[in-house]
Ligand binder design. Structure first.
Ligand SMILES: Cc1ncc(COP(=O)(O)O)c(C=O)c1O
Length: 356
């Protein structure tokens, strides 16, 4: 498929790298591609960033038939730009597409288009310490129709946003709130897809956690409300008696690419690892005996997010001594060192991008 390129005639000034937040500023160009049953995916183009005009009846606005993904481009100390495991995001898009009845994309072509877009926007990848260019590929249902069925037409777009360091004041632990009142996703539902419904379902619980003075919600399984699923928008890891334990990919949690990278590093380092169900009661019991050494979340935004406090029913567990644990620190340092090109990448995860 051809990729048509139209450059903007009114480029925006680059933002100040030291003042970047998250997802508020967008680059000069975006990728767009359309789908209809006659032509399949067609009209792939990179063009000036701009609004998508929609009929008020457009299906995505009513029934949420949409998927997205999230990854980052990093600038190395020598000024090069690189992506971290972008093929994984493209294949996760297709797994999400299957669950949402959205036609699959050609992963190799989508990756090629993404690389071209980043090459064009090379200067937008910020240079300040631990900043990056956040990449948001999205597919939305476009039929103007109010009946409930999968749409016949779709738009796939990719937008880019320079983002600040996740830990501007240094690598800090978070306090999390375990809820047995709200659930995020259930096995057999959409939990393992990256789709807006899961994020809509998480809003009220997250607000309640904030009201109680916590940063994130820890979601339990939606059937028994007993087994740990994930935390906020991250997968979760426990270090119990020297073993790294994380819930298995059972259908209700997102298969995180950071999660997979943590597991790969743990195996490389010969750390004992187990992907198995962990009941919240087991975590509490391990805390009582002193076996629970660390808890941390993993995800593209924070990379690793150590947990200092866990609130469950009437108890607040202080994990370790409330400071960042050595295992969380080692994963954070190694992953960010690979992403920012400070160490050799032992897995072939890095995809360099030349400036266009
Ligand atoms: C619900 C949820 N779980 C886990 C993750 C972590 O996935 P990844 O490591 O691919 O960013 C994310 C973020 O992308 C998420 O939104």
């Amino acid at each position: 498929m051809d990729l048509k390129i139209t450059k903007t005639r009114t480029p925006k000034p680059l933002p100040d790298d030291s003042k970047l937040g998250f997802g508020q500023i967008f680059t000069d160009h975006m990728f767009n591609m359309d789908y209809n049953p006659e032509q399949g995916w067609h009209d792939a183009r990179i063009e000036p960033y701009g609004p998508i005009v929609m009929d008020p009846a457009t299906m995505v606005l009513h029934y949420g038939q949409a998927i997205f993904d999230g990854l980052k481009a990093y600038r190395t100390g020598s000024g090069n730009v690189q992506l971290f495991r972008p093929q994984q995001n493209m294949s996760r898009m297709n797994r999400s597409a299957q669950l949402l009845c959205i036609p699959e994309i050609d992963e190799a072509f989508a990756l090629k288009a993404l690389k071209k877009l980043i090459a064009i926007e090379h200067d937008w990848v910020p240079r300040a310490q631990e900043t990056s260019l956040y990449i948001r590929p999205t597919i939305v249902a476009m039929d103007p129709y109010l009946g409930v069925r999968p749409s016949h037409t779709y738009r796939f777009f990719i937008i880019l946003s320079p983002v600040g360091a996740y830990y501007p004041e240094g690598f800090n632990p978070v306090k999390i709130w375990v809820t047995d009142k709200y659930v995020r996703a259930v096995r057999g539902g959409l939990g393992e897809a990256k789709t807006p419904a899961n994020y809509a379902a998480s809003l009220l619980g997250a607000e309640m956690a904030k009201e109680a003075g916590y940063t994130q919600v820890l979601w339990l399984d939606a059937v028994e409300q007993r087994y740990i699923d994930e935390v906020g928008t991250m997968n979760i890891f426990f270090v119990v008696d020297g073993e790294l334990v994380t819930p298995p990919l059972g259908g209700s949690i997102l298969p995180g690419i950071t999660r997979d990278s943590v597991l790969a590093l743990a195996r490389l380092w010969n750390l004992p690892v187990s992907e198995r169900n962990i009941a919240i009661d087991e975590a509490v019991a391990a805390h009582k005996t002193g076996a629970l050494q660390e808890i941390f979340g993993s995800g593209t935004a924070a990379v690793i997010s150590p947990v200092s406090h866990l609130a469950w029913k009437d108890e607040v567990l202080v994990v370790g001594d409330g400071a960042v644990g050595p295992i969380a620190q080692r994963f954070y340092d190694t992953l960010t060192d690979i992403q920012y090109g400070r160490v050799e990448d032992p897995f072939g995860w890095i995809v360099p991008i030349e400036k266009a």
